[in-house]
Design a protein around this ligand. Structure first.
Ligand code: ADE
Ligand code: ZN
Length: 367
């Protein structure tokens, strides 16, 4: 694969970006994973004592092995200061990549109930808020939260034997409590095949009734039916991943007609074996079929990636040029769940940046 030209590299770096699908707990850099493990004397839970060793650990046979590593990292988060730290560091990462706005998915139930480590929802809400506000003050970045239900913990027998509604009910409650602290939506993540969307109807009905937008993961580790459930049963305002909608042409037409955006995470899909290679990935075909696409990094350090790299993938593997990159970047601003004032400001700033590029080009050409 040819490298990008320095000019396109520069363009991608400076492009103002919004990101709608990234997990806070999956976005902790290995150095901070080590800091947290030392802080809580939990180093024995990690297979390495340095960042390079942890990066080697981040390789997956399948979605199950990914989730095992993910849960170890989640378990290292134990205090209000920990949540503040990872939120603040995430904001610093945004600034480095010119990401102005990010919606970060976070799974409160795991910390408060499943991992039995004495974390209270107040520690989470106040910690996240402290980190978010400090990041805004220091870097000018806007962060919002999506609280998501764990599919896996909703089926504690690790199969479809017994559905436990508790994780869903609690997560919705926490999301509603968090609305004053930047929570903008209810999500659901985890392994789809053994926890189908239909079980979660009641909780997403309740979210909708409370005026909370819904952004379920679907169509990642299960096929088109999971996406149908997301849009017909779970009130999806956007779909996390959604790429396997490509397996059903009627569904592709439906997503396009109903203008339900997909939060596509190409590198995550390769790393977690949804597709063998970028050449097999349907990003461009979905886009050309009229589906609203956005590009996202999901769990960036865990895939040795970041959002900037995903834009490089769009150019190198999917053949997109600058005007398409601008269009795809704009989709994320357009379909964010930020309150109307912030959204309008960010869109105006994005459009002004694009206009300035055009002016710069004309001036350079002596027009
Ligand atoms: N949680 C963290 N990353 C996820 C992914 N890619 N799919 C589902 N749940 C997740
Ligand atoms: Zn995800």
């Amino acid at each position: 694969m040819d490298p990008l030209t320095p000019e396109l590299e520069h363009f991608i770096h400076s492009l103002p970006k919004a990101e709608l699908h990234v997990h806070l707990e999956g976005a902790i850099e290995p150095e901070t994973v080590l800091t947290l493990a030392q802080r809580h004397a939990m180093e024995e839970r990690l297979p390495a004592r340095d960042a390079a060793g942890l990066r080697q650990w981040f390789s997956y046979r399948d979605f199950g092995t990914f989730l095992e590593i993910y849960m170890v990292i989640q378990d290292l988060l134990r205090t209000r200061e920990d949540f503040a730290l990872i939120a603040y560091e995430n904001g610093a990462d945004m600034a480095r990549q010119n990401i102005c706005y990010r919606e970060l998915t976070f799974t409160p139930y795991t910390h408060v109930h499943f991992q039995r480590k004495g974390v209270r929802i107040e520690d989470i809400l106040l910690g996240l808020e402290e980190g978010r506000q400090r990041a805004k003050a220091d870097f000018g970045v806007e962060m919002r939260w999506v609280f998501d239900i764990s599919r896996n913990l909703s089926f504690p027998d690790n199969g479809m034997l017994r559905y436990d509604p508790e994780p869903g009910i609690r997560t919705l409650d926490y999301a509603l409590q968090g609305r004053d602290y930047g929570v903008v939506a209810l999500g659901i993540g985890g392994y789809e095949p053994t926890a189908p969307g239909r079980y979660f109807r009641a909780v997403f009905d309740a979210a909708q009734a409370a005026g909370l937008p819904c952004v379920p993961h679907a169509g990642e580790n299960d096929g088109a039916q999971s996406v149908w459930d997301a849009i017909n049963l779970l009130h999806a305002d956007r779909v996390g991943h959604g790429v396997r909608a490509w397996e059903d042409p009627t569904l592709v037409r439906e997503l396009a007609a109903r203008r339900i955006p997909l939060e596509i995470c190409p590198t995550s899909n390769i790393q977690l074996k949804v597709y063998p290679a970028y050449a097999d990935h349907p990003f461009r075909r979905l886009d050309e079929a009229g589906v609203i696409v956005t590009v996202n990094s999901d769990d960036p350090p865990l895939f040795n990636a970041n959002l900037t790299q995903e834009y490089r993938v769009l150019a190198q593997h999917f053949g997109y040029g600058k005007s398409d990159l601008v269009r795809i970047a704009r989709n994320a601003f357009l379909h964010s769940l930020a309150e109307p004032g912030t959204k309008a400001r960010l869109l105006a700033e994005f459009d002004a940046w694009v206009a300035a590029q055009e002016t710069g080009k004309q001036e350079a050409a002596g027009v």
